[in-house]
Design a protein around this ligand. Structure first.
Ligand code: B16
Ligand code: MG
Length: 217
């Protein structure tokens, strides 16, 4: 029986990828190379430091660990100027009404995000109160596709992994859900998220009945 839903943040509830992109592109420019929107796809769902490693690989730049930390901080400061200006109207279509429907049906709700800025973003979107548990980048040591972030979410909600449905837009996130023995709804294209039990364009295509159709017999 499905008792809980675990949500990724970026790409599922809000599109923060566009702000990440601006901030990473600026950093690449300072380092003397181009960073395209296509390159940015590789950073979705990936942690901040791994994102930086990918960026540096694209630019063919080698740096000391100390320099890397400094640049990751710098990127994050720039990124935060954008998220601090976010408003609730940036919530992706259908997300808030689906969360509210789940609440009304007594389905538990948790966040499972790689972002260390998740709390700030939820506050700006005025969504914090809808989540019973928030597991973000400050609470995990293993990145997706490791299931840690979702297993911790299930634990915090006091439910079994088999009773959870994960909503994810990144392939690594879908893999994390499956590795955790959870059901998974992919948000985006079926060609990328084909391993998920169901793929939809966005939460506007979800409702309680569709969720329940994922229950194992
Ligand atoms: P931060 P998610 C992820 O969020 C983003 O998709 C990814 O692009 C970003 O690098 C990561 O969070 C870390 O974010 O720099 O804010 O800690 O999709 O897991 O909600
Ligand atoms: Mg995501």
């Amino acid at each position: 029986k499905i008792k809980a839903c675990l949500f990724d943040l970026d790409g599922v509830i809000v599109d923060t990828a566009k702000y990440h992109y601006i901030a990473w592109r600026e950093l690449a420019k300072e380092l003397g190379f181009d960073f395209t929107e296509k390159d940015n796809e590789r950073l979705k769902g990936v942690s901040r430091m791994t994102s930086l490693e990918i960026l540096l690989e694209i630019g063919g730049v080698t740096l000391t660990d100390e320099e890397k930390l400094r640049l990751a901080d710098k990127k994050n400061e720039n990124y935060r100027t954008f998220i601090l200006k976010m408003k609730p109207d940036e919530i992706l279509p259908g997300a808030k009404s689906f969360l509210k429907e789940l609440k009304a049906k007594d389905i538990k709700i948790a966040l499972g995000s790689a972002s260390k800025n998740a709390m700030t973003i939820l506050e700006r979107l005025e969504l914090t109160n809808l989540f019973e548990a928030i597991i973000d980048g400050t609470k995990v040591s293993e990145a997706k596709p490791n299931p840690e972030v979702f297993l911790k979410g299930a634990e915090a909600l006091n439910v079994q992994p088999e009773e959870c449905v994960v909503f994810e837009d990144a392939e690594a996130g879908v893999e994390a859900a499956l590795a955790g023995n959870m059901r998974c709804v992919g948000i985006g294209s079926a060609s990328v998220l084909g391993k998920a039990h169901m793929v939809v364009d966005g939460l506007h295509q979800m409702d309680y009945n569709k969720l329940i159709s994922l229950e194992k017999e």
